[in-house]
Ligand binder design. Sequence first.
Ligand code: TRP
Length: 479
Amino acid sequence: MADDGQKRGEEEEQVVNPWEVTAKDGGKIDYDKLIEKFGCQRLDRSLVDRVEHLTGRPAHVFLRRGVFFAHRDFNEILDVYERGEKFYLYTGRGPSSEALHLGHLVPFMFTKYLQDAFKVPLVIQLTDDEKCMWKNLSVEESQRLAHENAKDIIACGFDITRTFIFSDFSYVGGAFYENMVKVAKCVTFNKVVGIFGLTPEDHIGKISFPPVQAVPSFPSSFPHLFPGKDQLRCLIPCAIDQDPYFRMTRDVAPRIGYQKPALIESSFFPALQGETGKMSASDPNSAIYVTDSSKDIKNKVNRYAFSGGQDSIENHRKYGANLEVDIPVKYLSFFLEDDAELEQIRKEYGAGRMLTGEVKKRLIEVLSELVERHCKARAAVTDEALFGCTHRLFMNKLPQMTTVEELDNEGYNLPPLKMNATLSCLFNVFFLLLTLSPLDSRGSGEHAMVDLNYLPAFKDVPDYDAVPAFWDAIRSLVS
Ligand code: TRP
């Protein structure tokens, strides 16, 4: 594994790790250097073309404009897909704030596109434990933020029949925890210090956390979603600051008999004040939040968005804007979908024929529309809607997510059956008889284990109702 370490000399240059993103001398992040230092690959045009070819749709703006610019083994994921096999997506969020800003939405918008384009399952980890430790939040507060953030995430439009969202506090255990221990045994203290730059003064929670973020990369951590699919490949869309976690994961994977996760990594969404790092949660004026009103957006863009325009109209007309440092143009390159219009703005503004005020006006329109759309979608996410893809998270129930097999059957999206308990039991017994025969032929012939929650009509029924009803139905059949 290529340890990036936190060697003194490098630290003065630029620091990029999951907790700190600082450019050299207040300049821009040097992404070429990052690729070299981390040892990932640049995502070149031929891969983008391949995605378009395989999915039969245009590449997402973030892909064709290079926002997602680096990868690890993404080509292998495309090979898998080309062979007609499945893979799954894994992404996550550390719930450190109530409201998300535009930068937070970037990986989720992109993940939604990947899910739609490849029609694959998705797991989303909410690391409430991580933020509890790093941001010194109480357990309860981190859990509350995870719950609130889950709504914003679902509002990004994921296909909830193919999506499983979980928080660490509520999900870690069982097979997930077994994998954490397997990973932990392969990583020495020195290695963690080397990868993450921790010091002896850091508390041990920080040292023990990396396996928690590592193991969602392994399908066997989700036995209810991917039973018997331990070698299913995983693709992780994330910002490049998360790379250290997955460098560690990829190093360990073959040693414990698992596939390495593939990665597709983005650059950072810049602060309004300029492109020197990630946005700062402590300065509300450095970012546009999804809770901002149109008025807030107008105000923030007009007052704070760093402009590459010249200081007087005469100079601007004469020299044109410096597009390299201009935040309105940068933001438009993320969120204005129309390639021709973006090109037109770059040309006119760069030549001084268009003024900063005009570019900002267009940006305000684009962002207001995006935020408004998000707010509407979020308002429609009720706790009941959350239930579909969170189950264990807040409701302590088993999942309803479509399994990999079922994904092949496009007709699967039937509404859950509504029946009374006895009827549903009879239905289940019928279903059970169908499934038991193959089970029995492989087993000892003496026992069969039945998880009622997997039976279609029991998906919504708690065990204390389901188990007695199940036996009643069996008895009514045999008596
Ligand atoms: N550590 C990430 C954060 O602080 C959250 C996270 C967990 C994540 N798993 C992930 C991000 C997988 C991307 C991919 O936001």
